[in-house]
Write a protein that binds this ligand. Structure first.
Ligand SMILES: C[S@@+](CC[C@H](N)C(=O)[O-])C[C@H]1O[C@@H](n2cnc3c(N)ncnc32)[C@H](O)[C@@H]1O
Length: 295
């Protein structure tokens, strides 16, 4: 039979589900409530592209059925999948590297006494995606400091998306992902493994030992007990609205030691009214005030 006259299989002739404004609003309301993601209507096409895969995987005919699922108690797991699909996980090693220079040249020297006397030193990579940020922090420290035996320095790396946390914990990166790592550091802190699909670079135990990876939604209560000396929360709050950002500034200030450091992404800024808690200290860098009255 001629291909042109062959009847198309039912699945192929079925119209692709369309995302209309109403469904978009229902989806974006859940993304805002669950993860703080503030998705502008101009991102409707992006939402459609990312969620079309979920509809196919679930065998759902349209967005009406998808919204009914995520709004129901049975849809809890799918809400997590949806958030995972909607978040942007782009990251790379030594991204905005001036922060790592600052860490080495100014932050760590200030913490030297604490490190050498075995006091607790904690660094948090909040919204760590696939792990490039915390591994870069660990590399910057290892490269410049011989941590003495008994040093209690640890990096907590968290993200809302369990998939990126699992990836980060494995710490296996392909050639493209390690392109920002200098060859000498690659040699020193990674092991190359040949795979069926090419090469992969595995992060050394020396770096992995410094980091704990955990799933954590920044909008939900934080289970951490102690305070932090340094927080990297870069290219995360840009997806949140002003109200959510303000809540975070206050919480970051609360969980930082006086004088502690906060590093943000290149287009992120602490809101004006929180600058008494988090004082500007250079490019997208802030320090927790010594005496913040408002906390
Ligand atoms: C663009 S990546 C930033 C990665 C890294 N910090 C950097 O600058 O390269 C943003 C990350 O924030 C995470 N994220 C988004 N909303 C979050 C939330 N409510 N709680 C925790 N992490 C969140 C995403 O899953 C994503 O991995």
């Amino acid at each position: 039979m001629n291909i042109a006259t062959h009847p198309r299989p039912a699945s192929a002739s079925r119209a692709r589900p369309q995302l209309d404004e109403k469904a978009f609003e229902r989806i974006s309301a859940i993304a805002l409530a669950d993860a703080g993601l503030d998705i502008a209507p101009s991102k409707m096409a992006m939402v459609h592209t990312r969620l079309a895969r979920r509809l196919r995987a679930l065998g759902l005919p349209d967005y009406e059925a998808y919204c009914a699922l995520i709004e129901s108690p049975e849809g809890r797991e799918e809400r997590r999948e949806m958030i995972s699909s909607l978040t942007t996980n782009v990251s790379h090693f030594f991204r905005e590297d001036h922060h790592f220079e600052r860490l080495v040249q100014e932050v760590l020297p200030g913490l030297r006494q604490k490190i050498e006397t075995g006091q607790r030193v904690r660094i948090w990579s909040a919204g760590c995606s696939n792990g490039q940020e915390p591994y870069t922090i660990a590399m910057s420290i290892s490269e410049n400091y011989d941590l003495p035996q008994g040093a209690d320095l640890r990096i907590l790396a968290t993200d809302i998306d369990p998939k990126v946390i699992a990836f980060a914990r494995r710490g296996a990166y392909d050639e493209r992902m390690v392109s920002g790592v200098a060859p000498a550091l690659l040699e020193k802190y990674f092991t190359r493994r040949q795979t069926a699909t090419g090469g992969s670079w595995i992060v050394s135990q020396k770096l992995k030992r410094l980091i704990s990876f955990r799933e954590l939604n920044l909008l939900q209560p934080w289970p951490m007990q102690g305070k932090f000396d340094v927080i990297f929360c870069r290219n995360v709050v840009i997806y949140f609205n002003e109200k959510t950002q303000q809540k975070l500034w206050k919480n970051f200030a609360r969980i930082l030691h006086p004088g502690g450091w906060l590093f943000l992404g290149h287009s992120e800024r602490v809101s004006e009214q929180y600058l008494d808690l988090l004082s500007p200290a250079g490019m997208t860098t802030y320090r927790r005030s010594e005496n913040p009255g408002a906390l």
